[in-house]
Design a protein around this ligand. Structure first.
Ligand SMILES: [Zn+2]
Ligand SMILES: [Zn+2]
Ligand SMILES: [Zn+2]
Ligand SMILES: [Zn+2]
Length: 227
């Protein structure tokens, strides 16, 4: 099967762009937005230092987002955001790895972990790559990159999604239509497990094994049914 180029939507203009074109597009799209938002009269609005980040599934790169957030935001806020939009199933552990240091949601002194009570601006700089792991059993691995640092208007703790991938099409293993569910039992036994509604109804495994297909790198893992 020919691999399709991952596409996504720019939330600033609503346009659709390929994954590889999105960084460049956002650069020009953001500039246009700044110009259109600048008031013609008087004072310029207060700006804060922000980071433009790209986050993707480390081994599932068709799931990706471009984010903008304040350099004063803490790692724990980014962790919370990633859980809400992509990860949370049953309150598992999570940690960032930044330049060989672990920043854990529940730091353990004997492993020399740090907590997530750290501002992004203290640990990140442009061009840096870092990682986030959610659930140390059936782990979802994310890779992040600092695209740039700039001065922008952004509300204090808010995290803005600049762009996000479209749902990657996954074919049903029985009939080839778009899968809407995934059988976790088949998935772990290496039989695929992706099913459309019709084939899911006839599927031989227990109904409890079915999870919905969602636009997340955690699709089909543990008990992930969205937030
Ligand atoms: Zn745009
Ligand atoms: Zn879970
Ligand atoms: Zn089917
Ligand atoms: Zn099954």
């Amino acid at each position: 099967m020919a691999r399709q180029m991952s596409k996504g939507t720019c939330n600033l203009c609503g346009g659709t762009f390929s994954k590889s074109a999105m960084t460049k597009h956002l650069k020009s799209c953001k500039q246009k937005e700044v110009i259109s938002k600048t008031p013609s009269s008087g004072r310029s609005p207060r700006k804060t230092k922000t980071f433009h980040l790209v986050v993707e599934g480390r081994y599932l790169p068709d799931y990706w987002m471009h984010l903008e957030l304040s350099a004063n935001a803490k790692l724990e806020a980014l962790d919370r955001f990633l859980r809400e939009i992509w990860l949370e199933c049953c309150g598992h552990m999570s940690a960032f790895t930044i330049q060989d240091r672990m920043y854990s949601v529940a730091p353990m002194a004997e492993f020399n972990d740090k907590s997530m009570n750290v501002k992004l601006g203290q640990v990140l700089s442009p061009g840096m790559r870092f990682y986030h792991d959610y659930d140390f059993g059936t782990t979802t691995y994310l890779a992040l990159k600092v695209v740039s640092q700039q001065e922008s208007q952004i509300k204090g703790g808010s995290i803005q999604v600049l762009a996000r991938n479209e749902l990657p099409p996954i074919p049903c293993m029985s009939c080839g239509e778009m899968a809407t569910q995934v059988c976790t039992e088949c998935r772990w036994s290496g039989k695929g497990g992706w099913l459309c509604d019709e084939c899911a109804a006839d599927h031989e495994c227990d109904e409890d094994m079915l999870l919905p297909v969602l636009n997340s790198p955690r699709v089909g893992m543990c008990g992930y049914t969205g937030y």
